[in-house]
Design a protein around this ligand. Structure first.
Ligand code: SF4
Ligand code: NI
Ligand code: NI
Length: 709
């Protein structure tokens, strides 16, 4: 009851602060001034999700606050009222924070991130659904001491949990040299009301992936309770406003663990529990949220977790580096017979790190031999690409590119922690065995750092790559009997179905046909199901009876038909975590594409975020489609609409990213090697009017194609 009273008090305070700040802002900027967060399609996400009002300007916020004051602030000490107080506090927090961004202000000073943009949300879509990131922790307040706070955060990072930090815990982490920032999936949001950015992030998951319509309050609450694996750790004293914010978390079903010694009558079992012992906080929070972890103990002296994937190690911070064009390097996964693989064996051929001077460059070759009863040669490439992630997950290890282009650095920090070359082997072996138990029975790793022997070994690797590429070339949509579904994103986007074919990668860019096939082998009842092609209803547009049936049954009967090779007619749906998005440009008779990385305006009049907001949640939106970037280089790329020749605009970065593959695809499509230069980019223009003369001058093929619509 006392908690309810505190929540009411706190909410009342928060709402009156919001009101005061709103009035001041209106006085200063005028009621007509627009109010929205930067780089989002969802305006003020919490109000968009929960409220019925359309909020564009400061003035629009007045009736919203009025409604909240009248409906949500109820003093009678009941749990229901406390939750309403919590909701009121979310509204108040959203308004207070949004006001900071009025008139294009950029209020966030590093290290604080403040509002997290839509591209950040979308980027973490796949790791959140595939379990790489099993949950989201919001830590607010001040730990009893910075060591204890840092330990808590480090523990969460090692478990792969996404961490959002608010208040003093941020400084405590920085003081203890915990790595924070978007790259580390550990977001230092800021202070006080900046906690709201954790909530509006979660809310946007429902709007962007879940297809929850704006204003569908009950549906959003349900989505948050069931699908967003978030929990709160409240450190330090609980004042009224903290309790009110906590009630806001409970309103969405996020449990709270506090380090305060709360008397049991103040706790709410399952929702608000106390755990003063720091070593037990994380365990309790995970239990309350029902998050189960797959624990893999890897005997190496550094922390391993997805938090360290995005870590960059600059040259000056590197103790030693390998490959990257400065020395020979390669990585190779090979399928072997049972007697060729001694499980767990790690062999190092060449010098270890202690014999490498600081700042030196050495060659490196990783040879990973795998035996498994269900292993197939086709899975070698799938497993080989995991080398990148598995090494990168190491704190102080950095890995880019693949095959004989790979480039690896070991930081001075990792060296000081005692990292040895053979530890690469420990990581790889542990990861393969835990991630692919059904296809990996035995693994051995040989690491070559000797500059003579590597020249021999790399020949084996190059042979393999060549054979693999030849095989991949022959792998077309026509040459296989089954396509695969991917339903992984249904945990966030319940109606979305990806159909993955040899020539169309999943829209996240992370799931190829071979990936899906391997994953089906590992978990036969999992998200990747084979769908026999059977009768084709439309060769050109790519419609099959069997795909339609599958999609219908797996989309909660919301989608009846899907075409795989067009974006104009019943196209594939999007969940929200697409790497890039296509949109038609009627004036140019073509299609443009923009990416999550490109924040600028585009000729369709929308940025990536705005465009992405129109398309997602498992709904078909003809004329718009989310795709994986490499789909662009496939000969099945919107082949019914004219294929690659339809592309009239793309960001420069994407041209660079696709590089030679894009040129090759253009040549293969008969468009000529200079086709890429006919595609406009942001340096040519960002409106249809600006790019049209360029297209005409270059005689872009789309201009003479049959009308798109
Ligand atoms: Fe999600 Fe589709 Fe990628 Fe599967 S293939 S993870 S459903 S985006
Ligand atoms: Ni790393
Ligand atoms: Ni997705």
């Amino acid at each position: 009851k006392q908690i309810c009273e505190l929540a009411y008090q706190g909410a009342t305070t928060a709402v009156s602060v919001a009101e005061k700040l709103l009035n001041e802002a209106i006085e200063k900027h005028g009621a007509e001034t627009l109010v929205k967060y930067p780089d989002t399609a969802y305006k003020l996400p919490i109000i968009t999700a929960l409220g019925s009002e359309e909020v564009l300007t400061l003035g629009d916020l007045i009736p919203v606050l009025q409604r909240i004051k009248e409906n949500n602030l109820r003093p009678e000490p009941e749990l229901g009222n406390a939750l309403l107080s919590g909701e009121a506090t979310l509204y108040a927090g959203e308004i207070i924070e949004a006001l900071r961004y009025v008139a294009g202000a950029k209020p966030d000073e590093p290290p604080y991130t403040g509002f997290l943009s839509d591209p950040v949300l979308r980027k973490f879509g796949v790791p959140l659904v595939d379990g790489t990131i099993p949950g989201v922790a919001v830590i607010t307040g001040k730990a009893k001491d910075s060591k204890a706070g840092a330990k808590l955060v480090k523990d969460l990072q090692a478990k792969g949990i996404m961490v959002m930090l608010v208040n003093d815990i941020i400084e405590q982490c920085i003081a203890e040299e915990i790595k924070v920032g978007v790259d580390y999936i550990t977001f230092p949001l800021g202070k006080f009301t900046q906690i709201i950015h954790a909530v509006n992030f979660a809310t946007r998951a429902g709007l962007a992936f879940g297809g929850v319509p704006s204003g569908a309050r009950e549906q959003m609450i349900d989505y948050q309770k069931r699908r967003v694996p978030a929990f709160v750790i409240a450190l330090g004293e609980l004042d009224a406003v903290t309790v009110a914010i906590g009630a806001g978390a409970l309103f969405f079903g996020f449990p709270i663990v506090t380090d305060q010694d709360l008397p049991s009558e103040l706790q709410i079992p399952g929702l608000l529990e106390a755990q003063p012992d720091y070593d037990k906080i994380v365990k309790l929070a995970l239990e309350l949220r029902g998050i189960k972890l797959k624990i893999v103990d890897i005997p190496v002296p550094i922390t391993i977790g997805p938090a360290f994937e995005g870590e960059t190690i600059r040259k000056k911070d590197a103790y030693v580096e390998f490959g990257g064009g400065r020395s020979t390097s390669f990585e190779l996964v090979r399928m072997m017979s049972a007697d060729e693989v001694e499980d767990g064996k790690i062999e190092l051929i060449g010098p270890d790190i202690d014999e490498m001077p600081e700042g030196s460059v050495f060659p490196i070759g990783f040879m990973i031999d795998i035996y498994g009863r269900k292993m197939q040669e086709d899975f070698e490439g799938v497993l080989e690409r995991r080398v990148h992630y598995n090494i990168n997950y190491g704190e102080g290890l950095w890995h880019v590119a693949q095959r004989d282009m790979c480039w690896v650095r070991i930081s001075k920090g990792a060296k000081a922690a005692g990292f040895k070359i053979r530890d690469f082997g420990e990581i790889l072996i542990a990861k393969y065995k835990s991630d692919y138990p059904a296809i990996v029975d035995r693994v051995q790793v040989t690491i070559v750092t000797d500059k003579d022997i590597i020249e021999e070994k790399i020949k084996i690797a190059r042979e393999k790559y060549k054979a693999r590429d030849a095989r991949l070339k022959g792998l077309t949509d026509e040459s296989v009997d089954v396509f695969y579904s991917c339903l992984l994103c249904q945990s966030f986007a319940p109606n979305h179905v990806c159909i993955v074919t040899p020539q169309r990668v999943g829209l996240c860019g992370a799931v190829s046909w071979l990936d899906a096939k391997a994953s089906n082998e590992i978990t036969p009842t999992g998200p990747n199901q084979p769908i026999p092609k059977g009768e084709c209803l439309d060769e050109a547009k790519g419609m099959w009876q069997s795909m339609n049936e599958f999609v219908y049954n797996s989309s909660n009967r919301t989608l009846e038909e899907v075409n795989l090779y067009t974006l104009m007619d019943r196209p594939m749906t999007s969940c929200g975590c697409f790497e890039a998005i296509l949109a038609i440009l009627p004036l140019c008779n073509g299609v443009m594409i923009t990416t999550r990385e490109h924040s600028g305006d585009t000729p369709c009049g929308m940025t990536f975020s705005t465009l992405a907001g129109t398309c997602g949640g498992g709904v078909q939106t003809p004329g718009f489609m989310g795709i994986g970037r490499t789909y662009l280089t496939s000969s099945k790329f919107i082949s019914a609409d004219g294929g690659l020749g339809r592309i009239v605009w793309m960001p420069k970065d994407l041209k660079e990213y696709l590089g030679q593959d894009l040129v090759d695809a253009a040549v293969a499509a008969g468009l000529g090697a200079d086709f890429v230069d006919k595609i406009a980019d942001e340096t040519v223009g960002i409106t249809e009017d600006e790019i049209l003369p360029f297209l005409e001058e270059k005689q872009h093929p789309a201009l003479t194609m049959k009308p798109l619509m």
